[in-house]
Design a protein around this ligand. Structure first.
Ligand code: SF4
Length: 181
């Protein structure tokens, strides 16, 4: 019997090797995706006055809807609300059946596939391969805090904008929260 992981939407199994998924394409082209996302983030941050005028609480649902659609298609995003794609070679760690946020579990198979789902490449093997191509690839060594389940389903994008524009000093003092997607 398949037991869904905390961030696995009902009826949506993690992608398997050989299936043509944008997630694997994004990892293979991690530097280009990271560059694009950096530009996108700057554009989002510049929209802070708009979000403030509308109200961040009111903007949450529509922005989260768009974020889920775009990042779901590109990265198989699970909407954890605390994105770390730029630290993981553009490989979303929430596709790990064990939800590992700080590297693989130790059960990675010899072919680089997942211990739980043998048909799926380990997201952390993918993360390592993506990070090795990125200029800021060393960020994969950053220690990530435990997942805050209260943020599940919320927009990472809005969170970044607020962190950068409303609490810039706190953001610069906490490198783990900077330049996330
Ligand atoms: S917000 Fe980022 S880290 Fe979180 S589930 Fe989506 S792509 Fe993965």
């Amino acid at each position: 019997m398949h037991t869904p992981a905390a961030f696995e939407p009902a009826g949506k199994r993690p992608p398997i090797a050989g299936s043509w998924r944008l997630r694997f394409f994004a990892v293979r082209h991690a530097p280009a995706f990271a560059r694009f996302y950096a530009m996108f983030e700057r554009a989002l941050v510049s929209l802070h006055p708009v979000f403030r005028a509308v109200g961040y609480e009111r903007a949450e649902r529509p922005v989260a809807f768009v974020e889920k659609a775009i990042k779901g298609a590109l990265f198989d995003c699970r909407m954890c609300g605390q994105c770390i794609l730029s630290s993981t070679g553009m490989s979303c760690p929430m596709n790990c059946p064990k939800g590992m946020r700080n590297g693989p579990c130790g059960g990675v198979r010899q072919d680089g596939h997942c211990e739980v789902n043998a048909a799926m490449p380990c997201v952390w093997v993918q993360a390592w391969e993506g990070s090795r191509q990125m200029p800021e690839g060393v960020r994969i060594a950053e220690i990530q805090p435990p997942v805050d389940h209260r943020l599940k389903g919320l927009s990472s994008w809005l969170r970044i904008v607020r962190e950068k524009r409303e609490r810039p000093a706190a953001t610069s003092a906490k490198p783990n929260t900077a330049a996330k997607h």
